[in-house]
Write a protein that binds this ligand. Structure first.
Ligand code: ADP
Length: 247
């Protein structure tokens, strides 16, 4: 079987803040169809790398290629339309809007339309309700997003990202602050989407979750990868243990 090839290539990318080098001439490749993990100690540059890939920040040097195109000069919304989605460590929902309104919010003009009309109708609403069903939240569609638990809000944000039909989703600590009973469900949802062809890059501190869900695992330390491999190899890698013990 031929390898499917990369969907994301970060090539020699650097980003500094004043005198601090957060991402240091880094190469990272995400293979199409994978659920790739990015782990490493606090401050090792994982979030900065996400920000560079999505366009929230601009790299000082290097190139970023997504789905066969160079994207590092494109604005974030263009990257989104090309099929690059992301969730945030702390969700960014409109708490007083309904769950359904939040899910359609990223569609062009949807936010303003739904605020005026108060209700989401038609094809977009059907798709949004279908996605809410998929993440197990259909019954909350018409409740304010702020009334849901933190973990449920993370799933609403995932449904919101899926509304854009992404090819690659960057998940920023999907299990962080989430009730343990929801963590297993989040893993099942990611696996289900992956089977449908969605690729994932996951930053996550819950190491058992990472080792059970992701392959390969990329380990970051001081702004660059120090190890990469299947979970079984990463678990016993002395460099990895060192990086974590040195935290
Ligand atoms: P991680 O996500 O692995 O915890 P980050 O990418 O958040 O790491 O941070 C990497 C380094 O860059 C840290 O030293 C952090 O303090 C610094 N950093 C991140 N974002 C900024 C910023 N906007 N301004 C200044 N320093 C930042």
């Amino acid at each position: 079987e031929a390898p499917p090839g990369p969907i994301l290539e970060v090539r020699g990318v650097s980003k500094g803040f004043g005198g601090l080098v957060a991402v240091d001439g880094t190469d990272v490749t995400v293979q199409r169809g994978s659920v790739t993990a990015l782990i490493g100690p606090n401050g090792s540059g994982k979030t900065t790398l996400f920000n560079l890939v999505t366009g929230a920040m601009r790299a000082d040097a290097g190139e970023i290629w997504f789905d066969g195109r160079r994207i590092d000069r494109l604005p974030p919304w263009t990257r989104g339309h090309l099929g690059l989605g992301r969730t945030f460590q702390v969700t960014r929902l409109f708490r007083s809007m309904t769950v359904l309104q939040n899910v359609v919010a990223p569609l062009p003009d949807a936010r303003w339309r739904t605020m005026l009309a108060g209700a989401v109708r038609g094809h977009e609403a059907d798709r949004a309700r279908e996605l809410l069903g998929f993440v197990g939240l259909a019954r909350f569609a018409d409740q304010p997003a702020g009334s849901l638990s933190y973990g449920q809000q993370k799933l609403v944000e995932l449904a919101q990202v899926l509304m854009m039909e992404p090819k690659l989703v960057l998940l920023d600590e999907p299990a962080g602050g989430v009730n343990p009973s929801l963590v297993g469900r989040i893993c099942d949802i990611v696996r289900g989407l992956n089977e449908q062809g969605v690729t994932f890059l996951v930053v996550e501190h819950n190491i058992p979750m990472v080792l059970g869900l992701c392959d390969p695992v990329v380990v970051f330390s001081r702004g660059r990868p120090i190890a990469e491999g299947p979970p079984a190899a990463i678990r016993n890698d002395p460099l990895v243990l060192d990086a974590y013990l040195g935290e």
